[in-house]
Design a protein around this ligand. Structure first.
Ligand code: FES
Ligand code: FES
Length: 223
């Protein structure tokens, strides 16, 4: 061997030697070896050992009390749709962005996909199924029909629940982002107010002018 030659250690770009790469690979292998039995143990556990405990929940929906036993992670929307069969409330985005799941909680509109069922134990919830009085439609439902406030209908239950809640907020004097005079006891309900207050409810069919007309009718405004 030529005494004057440099030792044959290849240095990769960035100063990483082959020996370093081999060393880190061995360390990774050791970690995997140590961790794999734990993964295998977790995978082999019975489902009821890894799932969270079920909890009792009493949901008061549309005047009826339902006692359920739920995974505490169950959203109110899933409890309504999957456990109570109330499929009028729709799942559009499941992220609080479309409003298709809007229901009324003690008269206040909420996105049922963004809240857990266990958080509403004993609280009065109204869904689209609970708005009508027997065979008689709620005035907002009748107005949506009269003004063709929908096309495919997927957003409609959320739109109607939201419109009912919105009119309640307006009548109670709550301002919106477009209310010009915050001193007014009861801001005038203009089209701009209606559109702003309903902006959390998306309609992919763009039935917006007809939805505004329906709300105007229920609010007693000229249509
Ligand atoms: S499904 Fe709840 S906001 Fe879209
Ligand atoms: S009627 Fe189709 S999304 Fe609104």
């Amino acid at each position: 061997m030529d005494e004057n030659r440099e030792p044959r250690i290849r240095v990769a770009p960035g100063g990483v030697t082959r020996r370093m790469v081999l060393g880190s690979g061995a360390a990774t292998g050791a970690l995997l070896f140590a961790g794999l039995p734990r993964l295998a143990w977790a995978a082999g556990r019975p489902a009821d050992e890894t799932a969270p405990a079920q909890v009792p929940v009493e949901l008061k929906v549309n005047g009826h009390t339902h006692v359920l036993t739920l995974d505490p992670r169950t959203t109110l929307l899933d409890a309504l749709r999957e456990h109570l069969g109330l499929t009028g409330s729709k799942k559009g985005c499941d992220h609080g962005q479309c409003g298709a799941c809007t229901v009324l909680l003690d008269g206040r509109r909420i996105n049922a996909c963004l809240t857990l069922a266990v958080m509403h134990d004993g609280e009065p919830i109204t869904t689209i199924e609970g708005l009508a009085d027997g065979e008689t439609l709620h005035p907002m439902q009748a107005a949506f029909v009269a003004h063709d406030g929908f096309q495919c209908g997927y957003c409609t239950s959320g739109q109607i629940c939201s419109a009912v809640g919105m009119l309640g907020e307006s009548r109670a004097g709550m301002p919106s982002h477009v209310t010009a005079d915050l001193e007014q006891a009861r801001p005038e309900l203009t089209d701009a107010e209606i559109r702003e207050r309903m902006s959390g409810n998306i309609c992919r069919c763009a039935a917006y002018p007809n939805i505004v007309a329906a709300i105007r009718q229920v609010a007693g405004m000229p249509t």
